[in-house]
Design a protein around this ligand. Structure first.
Ligand code: G1P
Length: 926
């Protein structure tokens, strides 16, 4: 049975009885302001940040008992003789109390029985509409939920229709419990903080303004007001209010069977003030008789504001059905427009899943890595590596903002090549770690250049490399190994020179510094030290002796690519010298003897970090670009060769690279083949293979073509598990391995310990495509998507999850870096649309099955500010590497076809194209 049924090409889908599946939720948010999550029963929560939760914070395990949440009740009366009974003043008989979202004791009890009501959820980007039908009560309800674009309010529009052939009388009661404080208070002073509440009812709703806030920031005067307002579809006020939990649920009551609803308790009037109670926005509307087929609509608005006098104005624009409908249309349109990438392959369901995947990076820009039920860690914001990787997708969807974002983000780099890890709420704002905990993630310096390289490819804008920005400065120094005792907060968070001036360096200087410092920061096997962890956050217990070969490969690739970019810079712009901080000169030391000696490398690193431990001199040194390039290339070549020589593991016709050393300085991975001493480590624990090391060995060019093929065989044999969704992150080590990381404490097959972890799997695909192994890459991408799309197993709404568990369930929906990489890989590798110094180059690597029946596949996207619809025609459905380009056109004009498989649209031509028009590119393969 098909569970997710798409309604259009914009990701809108319906699903029947979604409440029968666990862990489902949708994000609802504005561009700023409220960030909500909503389940099929209207559970979930809503907040603006860690310290301002409108609804009580929920984690995934709360969702199945999350009842103190949004609800809308109808006390339903049956009018048996409609003509006479009412007019004769006879009180109709109470039939029962119905929750339009299935959140009542009765509905809960009837769930999974033949009495279970039919419900249908329709959803799109940042909205959902839940329909529920009750034969017993003769009612049908639709609840539409969304957050306004500005993020000021969450809106629920409830429409109740009489589907019986008799009159039905209802008393509608909308209720949104107001938590109104910091997530910290969930179990830290939960009761005490309710004593701070000042609650009042106004004509249209309930307002809660705590006097103080108690959280990690201390005790502060609170300025935030939380509100729940409401009206009928015509803007009529509620009749009365239930402003406190005890008032609403009653003694011994619950939110599933609240006294106010059960006993028809009269509500409080407007103007009531109450102190020191748990609050509820309970809104009771006047009794209403619905004729057969007649409908009545009600609006609930909830939000937070710093200016309580603005609530009336804020809510006045959303008091009637017409206003709500208009707002909903705006919301839908806004988010659809944001996702300005669309794919058309042979399968429209795939295309719709891809739409959601493209939406995910936007969600992570808004939610960071916190604030959805699975993502109950962190206090908001994004990590450094996430920030940079999300820029990859934003470069494609929101390119105009990204240039400045890139430049500003480099301001987080420290002069020792590490970076600030707490990222402030505004762009370019970095915060010193409050606890002065030394944390260095050794992969962090790798990502900025990856993003900058994509930017350079897309735009050809070399000038960005010469933008000047400062360096971040705090107490930490020497790559997390020391503290700068001379630094204090009055110095400020920007690196200074001896003249007490803020030091500015170019973006290029930042890039070189990050990658060169990494080169020298090695462990005893001459691979880069793992420090706190690398991309895999959970490899965090090998601070002393751990090494990451995986990221040594990655940095080697960067050094090579930086040299490549600099050579292009010289070729295109004739620049042949660059200026750097004089302290950095020692980082260009070279020579085999140095390369081979971890000790000498560490000495050079020490020399540099000593020189830059507090202030810089402010003096610059000028270096020849040619020399810099040769230096980088030599270092990269040495790194790669060293890894090929020392880290390769042969396993019959399979092979892979050892990706790590543990805190005992031992190689982490091994094959079934005994080592030279005849020891067979595998005999006890089985083969040990990890995906991360392979991904970066391939991506960087460290792995030879032969090795890539053997890696693929190894991955297929030891990591691939179709049932779990594809390639696992590692084999089962069957060991707790406290000398490597907490990941080994996780159950095998979960999260970083051997789950099918989408992010690394997609990067594996990307690396395979990049090196000409498109068929293998396709298998990786397709297995992931097939698993996500198989709702019976994945049990998730459309999109790609962070990982699939052993049963193939998709976990940690929406907020994953995998989405950016998936989208990027689809565009730049599968459709093969890449920037090359600002030109658009198209070299498709689509599989025959990715074309529609006519042999056509299409991609809509923006490039250089112009809109394109790119169609690839492969009528004979030839294999990707057998099809050659016969003709290529843009708006009917021939494109430059370079080799047999690549077409090029020059930047100069793109610049001449009209702005608003969609330009058609047709690539005809033969
Ligand atoms: C998450 C984190 C990312 C980290 C990864 C592996 O990945 O966001 O920073 O590198 O786990 O530990 P994501 O959910 O983005 O796929």
């Amino acid at each position: 049975m098909k569970h997710i049924e798409f309604q259009d090409k914009k990701g809108t889908f319906i699903i029947h009885n979604p409440e029968n599946y666990s862990g489902l939720y949708l994000p609802l948010a504005g561009e700023k302001g409220l960030k909500s999550s909503i389940t099929p029963n209207l559970g979930g929560d809503s907040k603006t940040d860690q310290n301002h939760f409108l609804l009580e914070p929920v984690s995934i395990e709360n969702l199945h008992n999350n009842r103190n949440t949004r609800n809308f009740w109808c006390r339903v009366y049956k009018v048996s003789d409609e003509k006479n009974e009412l007019s004769r003043g006879i009180n109709p008989q109470l039939l029962g109390c119905w929750s339009v979202c299935g959140n009542s004791a009765e509905q809960e009890f009837e769930k999974f029985t033949e009495k279970q009501e039919e419900s249908v959820l329709e959803a799109g980007f940042m909205w959902q509409k839940l329909s529920r039908r009750s034969e017993k009560y003769g009612l049908q309800a639709e609840v539409t939920s969304f957050v306004t674009i500005s993020g000021d309010m969450e809106v629920e529009y409830v429409e109740i229709t009489n589907i019986s052939d008799k009159d039905v009388e209802v008393v509608p009661i909308g209720v949104i419990p107001v938590y109104g404080r910091s997530a910290d208070n969930l179990r830290d002073h939960r009761h005490v903080t309710s004593l701070l509440h000042r609650i009042q009812t106004t004509e249209y709703g309930v307002e809660v303004k705590p006097v103080l806030s108690f959280d990690e920031r201390g005790h502060q005067k609170n300025n935030t007001t939380y509100f729940v307002y409401g009206s009928s579809e015509n803007g009529e006020k509620p009749e009365s209010f239930y402003p406190t939990v005890e008032d609403f649920i009653g003694e011994g009551g619950t939110f599933l069977n609240p006294e106010a609803v059960r006993t028809n308790k009269p509500g409080k009037t407007a103007g009531t003030k109450i102190q020191g109670k748990e609050a509820v926005g309970g809104l009771r509307f006047s009794r209403k008789t619905l004729k057969p087929k007649e409908a009545a609509g009600y609006i609930l608005l909830s939000g937070t504001t710093k200016t309580s006098d603005s609530i009336a104005l804020l809510t006045s624009g959303c008091k009637t059905k017409l206003q709500v409908q208009k707002m909903l249309e705006e919301v839908k349109e806004h988010w659809i427009q944001k996702v300005n990438v669309a794919f058309e392959t042979g399968n429209s369901d795939v295309d719709n899943y891809l739409k959601w995947i493209c939406f995910q990076p936007i969600l992570r820009r808004i939610y960071g890595c916190s604030f959805l039920p699975y993502h109950d860690y962190g206090k908001g914001g994004r990590g450094w590596r996430d920030l940079w990787q999300d820029c990859l997708a934003l470069l494609i969807m929101e390119p105009s903002d990204v240039r400045q974002m890139i430049v500003d983000n480099y301001g987080g780099v420290r002069i020792d090549g590490t970076n600030a890890t707490i990222i402030g709420s505004s762009q370019g704002e970095f915060i010193a770690d409050r606890n002065n905990i030394t944390r260095v993630w050794m992969d962090h310096s790798f990502w900025p250049f990856v993003t900058t390289k994509l930017y350079l490819d897309q735009t050809g804008d070399f000038d960005i490399l010469f933008e000047k920005i400062p360096y971040f400065k705090d107490f930490q120094s020497k790559r997390g190994t020391d503290h700068d005792q001379e630094w204090n907060s009055s110095y400020g968070n920007w690196q200074k020179t001896d003249n007490a001036e803020v030091y500015y360096g170019t973006v290029l200087e930042h890039i070189l510094l990050q990658n060169l410092c990494a080169f020298f920061d090695v462990g005893e096997h001459n691979e880069m030290r793992l420090h706190g962890a690398d991309w895999n956050d959970a490899m965090d217990m090998a601070w002393e002796k751990g090494e990451s070969v995986a990221f040594t490969c990655a940095y080697a690739g960067n050094l090579k690519e930086i040299a490549h970019v600099l050579r292009e810079l010289e070729r295109v712009q004739g620049i042949n010298k660059i200026e750097l901080a004089e302290e950095m000169e020692c980082l260009f030391a070279y020579g085999k003897q140095l390369y081979e000696s971890p000790k000498e490398k560490l000495q050079i690193l020490k020399q540099y970090t000593d020189l830059s431990a507090h202030n810089l001199s402010g003096n610059k040194v000028v270096l020849s670009l040619e020399k810099v390039c040769r230096n980088l290339e030599e270092k990269a070549d040495w790194l790669m060769e060293n890894i090929r020589k020392n880290e390769w593991i042969q396993d019959g016709d399979k092979g892979w690279f050892n990706g790590y050393y543990d805190n005992h300085g031992r190689k982490v991975e091994y094959s079934a083949v005994p080592d030279e001493a005849g020891n067979n480590a595998c005999a006890k624990n089985g083969v040990r293979m990890m995906l991360t090391g392979q991904v970066f060995a391939i991506m960087s060019g460290t792995a030879t073509d032969q090795q890539i093929q053997e890696i693929c065989k190894g991955a297929d044999a030891y990591l691939y598990d179709r049932n779990a969704g594809g390639y696992r992150l590692n084999t089962d080590f069957k060991e707790e391995k406290f000398d490597l990381g907490r990941m080994f404490g996780f159950a095998y097959g979960e999260k970083e310990n051997g789950a099918v972890f989408s992010h690394m799997a997609v990067m594996y695909a990307n690396a395979l495509y990049k090196t000409g192994h498109a068929r293998e890459g396709y298998k990786v991408l397709q297995t992931l998507l097939d698993t996500a799309m198989d709702f019976d197993r994945s049990k998730m709404y459309p999109g790609i999850p962070e990982y699939f568990d052993n049963q193939g369930r998709g976990l940690y929906a929406y907020l994953t870096g995998a989405a950016s990489w998936y989208m990027l890989t689809m565009i730049t590798e599968v459709f093969g649309v890449k920037g090359q110094l600002g030109d658009m180059v198209i070299a498709p690597a689509l599989m025959p099955e990715q074309y529609d029946q006519e042999g056509k596949a299409s991609l809509e996207m923006e490039f250089a500010g112009k809109k394109f619809a790119i169609h690839i025609f492969n009528k004979e459905k030839k294999e990707w590497n057998e099809a050659q380009i016969r003709e290529a056109f843009c708006d009917g004009i021939t494109l430059l076809a370079e080799t047999g498989r690549k077409a090029r649209l020059m930047r100069s031509e793109i610049e001449k194209l009209e702005l608003e028009k969609v330009h058609e590119i047709n690539i005809i393969l033969k």
